[in-house]
Design a protein around this ligand. Structure first.
Ligand SMILES: NC(=O)c1ccc[n+]([C@@H]2O[C@H](COP(=O)([O-])OP(=O)(O)OC[C@H]3O[C@@H](n4cnc5c(N)ncnc54)[C@H](O)[C@@H]3O)[C@@H](O)[C@H]2O)c1
Ligand SMILES: [Zn+2]
Length: 332
């Protein structure tokens, strides 16, 4: 089965035949319903929760370059700038709620259909939706690590300390960047706090650009992929090698890869099916078509999309959206 679909936009809602095995959506449902799939999620799964991605349309609003490990560890001024911005930006991440896509993944897991979830996201929204078997490939913004004693602590506790150390410090932040950083020019007056146990430098427990994913985490995820019946990619451009390598490994092992993503990805050529569709509505429709959850479970938007499609689909098919692609999902 090799099929590339082209469902290009969320609105207006049209009809997509979900039960056709020939459609990319049909393949997605078949792969999920068969059980044992591993999920690899990226920033695109969280855009519907209001957290911008890097490379999708919402990522275009990003200003400046993300912090690198070398810059962060190399200069106190860079750390001050990071924490001042992050102090504001983190509130956007911690205030975000899981969307229909996260809930669908959690539902699949709850029904025993997933082998595991690998996420490149650092926002904790899979877990907030109720998913349990989540490997956070790039760590979590909800934790902080000391670069001297390696003690991990909660970001919430650090937030309270930063507030106390910076009373009245709330310059109006501009756009919030994907890593919880906020675009903010004046950060010189911000007081940074250190590890309470040893006075060492604190860093968010995320893998910065220029930093490697810990080796045991990498190999645990290779093991997960190797034991999965399929790899389902949700909302990742796969530009970052640390996620892409799992797609390559799956393909090399003959494990089918299915990609749901708006926009091309680096893994498209390795996939048995690609579905260019909004994740919340698509995954909610997949869960519903598997008969796993009732319609009330869906978000209002997703429910409307499904109802608008006569109970059959999340979006209107517009034909192949990607250059070389084959048939679009059948539109009824
Ligand atoms: N939420 C987060 O935790 C977060 C946010 C931004 C970046 N990051 C980090 O930055 C890196 C980004 O790489 P990446 O591949 O995960 O993201 P990416 O930004 O490179 O790619 C996201 C993809 O998702 C697509 N997309 C966006 N919204 C979508 C939707 N609603 N439905 C379907 N597709 C949608 C985009 O078009 C894009 O192709 C990761 O390593 C991650 O750690 C994390
Ligand atoms: Zn310490």
């Amino acid at each position: 089965m090799r099929q590339h679909g082209g469902v290009t936009c969320a609105e207006p809602v049209g009809k997509v035949s979900l039960d056709s095995r020939e459609s990319s959506f049909g393949i997605l449902v078949e792969v999920l319903g068969g059980g044992g799939a591993a999920v690899l999620s990226g920033a695109g799964l969280s855009t519907e929760s209001g957290i911008p991605d890097y490379r999708g349309p919402s990522g275009r609003a990003r200003r400046g370059q993300p912090m690198t490990y070398q810059a962060f560890t190399g200069s106190a001024a860079a750390r001050q700038r990071y924490w001042a911005r992050s102090h504001l930006g983190w509130r956007n991440v911690t205030g975000a709620a899981p969307n229909a896509g996260h809930r669908a993944v959690a539902a699949l897991e709850r029904h025993g259909l997933l082998r595991g979830i690998i996420t490149q996201n650092v926002d904790g929204l899979h877990q907030a939706a109720g998913a349990g078997a989540v490997t956070e490939l790039h760590g979590s913004l909800h934790r902080v690590v000391c670069l001297s004693c390696w003690r991990r602590s909660s970001r919430l506790a650090l937030d309270a300390r930063l507030r106390a150390a910076n009373p009245g410090w709330s310059p109006a932040a501009a756009a919030v960047n994907p890593d919880g950083d906020a675009a903010l020019e004046e950060t010189a007056g911000f007081a940074v706090v250190d590890c309470q146990a040893c006075g060492g430098v604190l860093k968010p427990d995320v893998v910065f650009f220029g930093e490697n994913v810990p080796r045991d985490r990498v190999s645990a995820c290779f093991g997960l992929v190797a034991s999965a019946s399929a790899l389902v990619v949700l909302g990742s451009s796969l530009t970052v090698m640390s996620g892409f390598r799992y797609v390559r490994r799956a393909a090399a092992l003959g494990i089918p890869v299915v990609i749901v993503n708006q926009g091309a990805t680096r893994g498209d050529e390795l996939a048995v099916a690609t579905l260019e569709a909004p994740l919340g509505a698509t995954l909610a429709a997949a869960v519903r078509s598997l008969g796993l959850e009732r319609a009330q479970w869906l978000s209002r938007g997703a429910a409307l999309a499904v109802l608008g499609a006569g109970g059959h689909g999340p979006a209107r098919g517009h034909g192949p959206a990607r250059g070389h692609r084959g048939l679009a999902p059948p539109v009824s």
